[in-house]
Design a protein around this ligand. Structure first.
Ligand code: FAD
Length: 411
């Protein structure tokens, strides 16, 4: 059986590696001049290649495609993935949040291992696939250089973001032309743009231990509430940081999005009132800005007072009960005016892709055409940060490769 793997990224290379381990060879095509270009930039160049956790915990971190991933993650779990790389000579370490990295802190070492394991395969670099057609039982693959016939094709072309790494969404176009439905690609794990003008004044300011709340209508038009606690940061036109990136993945298909920050999630409104009363009592003749500086970073304090229309120089003893309540409400529910997600190009992953109901989760084979497979980010699967996205690429690649091996054994 002649097999083509379109894309020499995380999923394509893992698929080629598992095939080669089972004495099956394939032709791996990549439009780039080298393999695994996106892997180089993962985990800030350190490659958080998986998350050391049980399959159930993995599934909790899948935003779209949870049910689809159940089979693949059980067949090739993160523990299998860790063993796989260690058995092939890559020493790994586990950091905060069970994130697994190469001990060398070099993403290039992950690529080296995967490249070596693909040495029996034919690698065609600088060769972009332009079209795939089904001609009787053969797949006719047309590239910018040549035309080939294959018995089986694995589409591992990735998502649509960070297109300089080669993932420009070609796989989605190919899938569409072969009759597959595509869930509209949206950026995920991405910053959020706000309409609020004040963000420019405080860009770069980072907040720790705050809660970001979102209220929105989900795809089923149900009103939904979500809250995430942790760290976030202001950009020149919006917000970013760990909780914002996670939130983006949960709201990127939603409508009527409302956001607010709780600056003091550990305190109830009543507790905050008691704290303010005590602070007021002790600092009667100070300016209100003095009290607010005790509660919020300096840069944010003046934005905050502007928002509630209290002058920075107003004396604490002049603050009315109504104004004190305003301070409390604004500390607990500081509204942000949501504008949009940052562009697709800047998403760490793409949400959306090949519709999962048309793919067999046991093998990642198309239900429309036999011997056509889709693996990795080209599928409508996306996860939170922590190594779950690469694990998805590896697990889907594994089940696909094993299915091909089994077919060849039966031939
Ligand atoms: C900045 C950044 C940091 C990240 N960090 C992490 C992390 O630490 N941990 C984690 O789990 N995930 C991380 N991710 C996500 C992870 O990199 C991807 O989910 C993963 O690489 C997807 O693997 P893939 O094989 O589906 O696609 P890719 O790795 O994108 O590979 C697709 C390949 O297909 C090739 N290709 C595309 N179209 C064609 C064509 N027409 N012809 C030939 N070849 C083609 C491309 O050149 C590319 O090499 C990060 C992503 C980014 C952008």
């Amino acid at each position: 059986m002649k097999i083509a793997i379109i894309g020499g990224g995380a999923s394509g290379l893992m698929c080629g590696a598992v095939l080669a381990e089972n004495n099956v060879t394939a032709v791996v095509f990549d439009g780039n001049e080298k393999l695994g270009k996106k892997i180089y930039i993962t985990g800030k160049g350190r490659c958080n290649l998986t998350n050391k956790c049980q399959p159930d915990e993995f599934l909790e971190n899948v935003v779209n495609g949870q049910r689809f991933m159940r089979g693949a993650i059980n067949r090739f779990s993160s523990l299998n993935c860790i063993n796989f790389f260690e058995e092939h000579g890559l020493k790994l370490k586990t950091e905060r949040g069970n994130r697994v990295f190469p001990e060398s802190d070099k993403a290039s070492d992950v690529i080296k291992v995967l490249t070596k394991l693909n040495s029996k395969n034919q690698i065609c670099l600088n060769e972009k696939i332009q079209e795939i057609k089904l001609d009787e039982n053969k797949y006719v693959v047309r590239t910018d250089k040549n035309k080939y016939n294959f018995d089986a094709v694995v589409i591992a072309t990735g998502g649509k973001s960070y297109s300089l790494t080669g993932s420009s969404g070609d796989g989605l176009e190919i899938a569409k032309k072969l009759g597959h439905k595509i869930v509209e690609p949206k950026p995920a794990l991405v910053a959020l743009q706000l309409k609020d003008k004040f963000v420019k004044e405080i860009q770069g300011l980072s907040l720790k231990n705050v809660t970001l709340h979102a209220e929105f209508e989900n795809v089923k038009q149900q009103k939904t509430k979500l809250q995430l606690q942790g760290e976030m940061m202001f950009t020149d036109v919006g917000i970013t940081g760990p909780i914002v990136l996670s939130m983006s993945s949960k709201i990127n298909r939603a409508e009527n999005i409302k956001l607010f920050i709780d600056f003091k999630p550990a305190l109830s409104k009543e507790q905050l009132d008691l704290r303010l009363l005590r602070d007021f009592q002790e600092n009667k003749n100070k300016n209100i800005s003095y009290i607010i500086h005790g509660l919020l970073p300096k840069k944010l304090a003046s934005v905050f007072l502007n928002r509630i229309e209290i002058s920075e120089n107003k004396k604490v003893h002049e603050i009315t009960k109504e104004e004190r309540n305003k301070i409390i409400s604004c500390l607990k529910e500081f509204d942000l005016m949501y504008k949009n997600l940052y562009p697709l190009e800047s998403g760490i992953v793409t949400s959306g892709g090949v519709e999962l109901t048309e793919i067999n989760p046991k093998s990642c084979e198309s239900k429309l055409h036999s011997n056509l497979y889709f693996i990795g980010e080209v599928l409508d699967v996306d996860c939170l940060t922590g190594g779950f996205n690469l694990q998805t690429a590896f697990s889907t690649a594994y089940v696909c490769a094993i299915d091909l091996v089994n077919k060849i054994i039966k031939e």
